[in-house]
Design a protein around this ligand. Structure first.
Ligand SMILES: Cc1cc2nc3c(=O)[nH]c(=O)nc-3n(C[C@H](O)[C@H](O)[C@H](O)COP(=O)(O)O)c2cc1C
Ligand SMILES: C=C(O[C@@H]1CC(C(=O)O)=C[C@@H](OP(=O)(O)O)[C@H]1O)C(=O)O
Length: 363
């Protein structure tokens, strides 16, 4: 199983949703970096399940146990390993799903690929729960990058077509990102946020689910991060973002919107600002030119599908019977993944960007 990412900063995520624990090993962190574990925990709490009406009711503290890699509060050069114990699994909810796979989840594909030996409980290694260790790794990388003036943040861009105020891709600041990520429901417009919460609740009551888009930015990136072709900024970020379960689309800058523009509209003119720094007046490119950071805010969006596990009856196949059957999913599920996925997107970006930053340092 390939659950590894990175060249200089290598992360390896392990565990299953209902195994004893899940966790991450982070290799290659620069030594001597102070890591505030309370801040890491606060970041992970933004993702943790069981806290809100729009979340799964599975309650997990998601307290990371750091078993190696820190000495006197600082990275010590050894791999940093954190474990997160699974304390609230209801595995019996899954006993029927091994025979009648859920439409939209990984039950069927994992069963075929692993010949029936996959841990199907709670979605196993494919569960959104595996974003808890990703958030641990991201929070660690973020602290290192923040000391270099590189700041991350994301908000709910839309849920089921209800849109928040979008980011201003030219002027977005670290302060604005900090303010929106500090909110329990991270939107710029609280009014839009209330309507989003209503639509999630309506879907839940209707035994259904909804999807949406997370918009994220990185400010303070130096010019020049990103390697040619396969290791460009966009390639690296897309690769790690698609590892977040339920992500079905990633776009940078104006993304698919650029296809409808003229070159004269899409090109971002360069200029020197009052400090002699090179900037662009617009930011259709989203901070990446040739897969290399341009010094403008990096802006991206990740689209999340509606949660596959819905409680209404659905058509599926009988893996043993060889007949068409139906399935009813019981258990505890997010009626919408998007609110809890916001920190996951920030975390994924931080891991990829620290990796590229360290690659650039070694040049
Ligand atoms: C934070 C988070 C929470 C999730 N919660 C659920 C859930 O409660 N129920 C569910 O069926 N899928 C949930 N998912 C999505 C599934 O894990 C995902 O759709 C599944 O593994 C199949 O992967 P794919 O959608 O990327 O193809 C969640 C994903 C994330 C990132
Ligand atoms: C536990 C988490 O979310 C889980 C993600 C998930 C899935 O299929 O992705 C299915 C549910 O698992 P279970 O049936 O074991 O409760 C969610 O609760 C978490 O995010 O920490």
């Amino acid at each position: 199983m390939s659950s590894n990412f990175g060249e200089r900063i290598k992360i390896s995520i392990f565990g299953q949703s209902h195994s004893e624990a899940i966790g991450v090993v982070i290799d290659g962190l620069p030594a001597g970096e102070e890591i505030d574990l309370e801040k890491v925990q606060a970041f992970m709490k933004r993702r943790a399940p069981g806290q809100h009406k729009y979340s799964t009711t599975r309650k997990e503290g998601d307290v990371p146990e750091v078993v190696s890699g820190l000495f006197e509060g600082k990275t010590c050069g050894a791999p940093l390993c954190a474990m997160i114990h699974n304390t609230n699994a209801h595995s019996k909810d899954y006993s029927n799903l091994v025979k009648t796979p859920r439409p939209g989840h990984a039950d069927y594909t994992a069963a075929v690929k692993y010949g029936g030996f996959q841990d199907y409980r709670g979605g196993g290694h494919f569960s959104g729960r595996l974003t808890a260790p990703l958030c641990f790794a991201g929070a660690v990388c973020m602290q290192i990058l923040e000391r270099k003036g590189i700041h991350f943040g994301a908000h709910i861009h839309s849920i089921h077509g209800i849109a928040d105020t979008p980011m201003n891709p030219v002027e977005i600041t670290a302060e604005e990102l900090a303010a929106v990520t500090a909110k329990t429901f991270p939107v710029f417009s609280d009014e839009a946020g209330l309507r989003m919460q209503e639509i999630i609740e309506d879907a839940r009551l209707n035994q259904d689910s909804v999807g949406g888009v997370v918009e994220a930015a990185v400010v303070g990136l130096p010019v020049g991060l990103g390697e040619p072709m396969f290791d460009g900024l966009e390639s690296k970020l897309a690769s790690i973002l698609y590892a977040i379960p339920a992500v079905k689309g990633v776009e940078f800058g104006d993304g698919f919107g650029v296809a409808a523009l003229f070159g004269s509209e899409n090109n971002d003119p360069f200029y020197f600002d009052e400090n002699g720094n090179v900037k662009t007046t617009t930011n259709h490119h989203g901070g990446s030119l040739g897969g290399i950071s341009s010094g403008m805010p990096l802006v991206l969006r990740a689209a999340f599908k509606p949660t596959p596990s819905i409680s209404r009856e659905q058509n599926t196949i009988g893996m043993e019977s060889g007949q068409n059957e139906t399935v009813r999913v019981i258990g505890r599920h997010d009626p919408c993944i998007v609110p809890r996925a916001v920190p996951c997107v920030e975390a994924a970006m931080a891991v990829a960007i620290l990796d590229l930053y360290e690659l650039q340092q070694k040049k």
